[in-house]
Structures are given as structure tokens and as C-alpha cells.
Write a protein that binds this ligand. Structure first.
Ligand code: FE2
Length: 268
């Protein structure tokens, strides 16, 4: 369904590849026609609405073409391609994946269908372990500002934590949405990416995000060799504003619950 041989491969700042004209025209049109309605789902990440395969099993029953796509991704052939292509990098990050890893017994595949509207933004992050291969496939041309998939360098990082909320990671590339175009990447501890804030949206950005994960921890190496521990502490301090935001949200919630209780008591 997808010919990985026509990809343009990159290995800096992490391993990824891009494929233009990902699907043949007929297949692409069918995928677009069967794209599920996600407009009623909750808006997250500032302006993204998405539906997971698990949330609506009908998608696969109703659409043969999405079922074929899922089966293609969730196949031993695709997994073997990833393992063969990236065996040395999987070793470098001390991963628990090897040539005996089975898609059926050891892995699970995620897909979500998403639309992004004004306000959608993501801080620089790596996807959670145990994901080890991710992709974003765009289904329409860019008709908004911002909303780009941004690839970051981790050259100054000592400890590969999941998110960087404050520290600015150098931008290596900005990938703009384009219909029938996909970016696939090895989701290693250094695969930092973000989404620039989307605004002036004329048509929502329509895309699917997917991944293959191990059932269990994938990567064991989270530090650079000989880390500078002072910098590690600074990198961990980057979490402070987010921790404070979470505490603030919790306090607001508790106050709102208390207020509701107080008002309810007054009624009796
Ligand atoms: Fe991500």
C-alpha cells in the first residue's frame, strides 16, 4: 500500500523519512472520503480533535480502505522493514527490539484520525516509550498559518526527558502539511518534535497520527555518554512551570467542587 523505497531518508537530528504522493490517487481519494467525522470530539492540545481506532471500531468495519491501511501498518512486513532499516540505531539506544520481535505478540499499533484548528500547539517532546515508530500523514494542503510539524535537534541535551516546556531546542526543519504526504520517524529518546501554533485557519488541518509500540519498555538509554549532571538538573528544572500549572489547575478544580457543594447545601 505504501512503497517505502520511494522515501527520502534522513538521519539527522534523528531518523526519519518523508514520502510525497504517499498513496496512489484512487486510494488517497478513498481514504479522504472515508475520513471519520471527528468534529464532535473534545478539543485537546489547544485545538486538536481526534478519534482513536479503539474509540470507534465502526471505522474499520465501515471502511475497507482504512482497514487495509491499518493492516498494512500493523504487519510483520512493516515491522521487519523498520527493524532492518534501523537495527544499529535500535541497538544504540539499547532497545528491547530485535529481529525476533513479532508484531502480533510483542507490539501494538495506534492510529488516530485528527483535525487541527486555531490554537493547536505542542511543545517540543518525544513520544512516550514504548512507542518506537511514529508517523504523521497529511490529508490536505496547508490553508492556515503555523501548524507545522517541527523537528528539533537534541545536541545540547544531556538527559532525554519527554517534554521541554521552557528550554528552546534548536529547530532543524519545519515540515508544512501537504496532501498525501507523510513523515515517518524512529521514535527514539532524542526524536524531539513539536507543532507550531496554528492560527488563521481557513480549513482544519486533517491528518492521521500513528505509531507502533512494544508491549513493555522499549529504550534503556536515556542519557548521553558522560552527562553533565549540572545541566541535567537544569533540564529537570524546565518541568517547574508545568508542575506549577498542574497544581494550579488542581486547586481551581477543588475550589470549583467546593463552591458547587456549598451552593447545593444552601438549597436545602
Ligand atoms: Fe508527538
Amino acid at each position: 500500500m505504501i512503497d517505502f523505497n520511494k522515501a527520502k531518508f534522513f538521519n539527522e537530528p534523528f531518523n526519519y523519512f518523508e514520502i510525497d504522493n504517499l498513496f496512489d490517487e484512487k486510494t488517497f481519494n478513498k481514504l479522504v472520503a472515508d475520513f471519520p467525522d471527528v468534529s464532535k470530539t473534545e478539543s485537546i492540545m489547544g485545538g486538536r480533535r481526534s478519534l482513536r481506532k479503539e474509540e470507534d471500531s465502526n471505522i474499520m468495519q465501515k471502511s475497507k480502505i482504512w482497514k487495509s491501511f491499518y493492516d498494512f501498518i500493523n504487519s510483520q512486513k512493516t515491522l521487519d522493514f523498520i527493524i532492518n532499516k534501523y537495527s544499529s540505531d535500535l541497538k544504540k539506544w539499547d532497545s528491547n527490539i530485535n529481529d525476533k520481535t513479532s508484531i502480533k505478540d510483542d507490539c501494538f499499533t495506534w492510529i488516530d484520525w485528527s483535525i487541527a484548528e486555531n490554537g493547536y500547539v505542542r511543545e517540543p517532546h518525544c513520544d512516550s516509550d514504548p512507542r518506537f515508530w511514529n508517523f504523521v500523514i497529511f490529508l490536505n494542503d496547508k490553508d492556515w498559518e503555523g501548524g507545522d510539524f517541527v523537528i528539533h535537534s537534541s545536541e545540547k541535551i544531556n538527559y532525554f526527558k519527554k517534554n521541554f516546556w521552557v528550554k528552546k531546542l534548536p529547530v532543524v526543519k519545519r515540515v508544512e502539511a501537504k496532501k498525501n504526504f507523510g513523515v515517518f520517524f524512529l521514535s527514539t529518546p532524542n526524536s524531539y518534535h513539536s507543532v507550531s501554533k496554528q492560527f488563521n485557519t481557513n480549513e482544519p488541518r486533517k491528518f492521521i497520527y500513528g505509531s507502533i509500540s512494544l508491549k513493555g519498555k522499549t529504550f534503556n538509554k536515556m542519557y548521553v555518554d558522560n552527562p553533565n549532571y549540572f545541566k541535567v538538573i537544569l533540564e529537570l528544572l524546565d518541568e517547574t512551570p508545568e508542575i506549577l500549572r498542574k497544581i494550579g489547575r488542581r486547586i481551581k478544580l477543588l475550589l470549583a467542587i467546593n463552591k458547587t457543594k456549598h451552593n447545593t447545601n444552601k438549597e436545602y
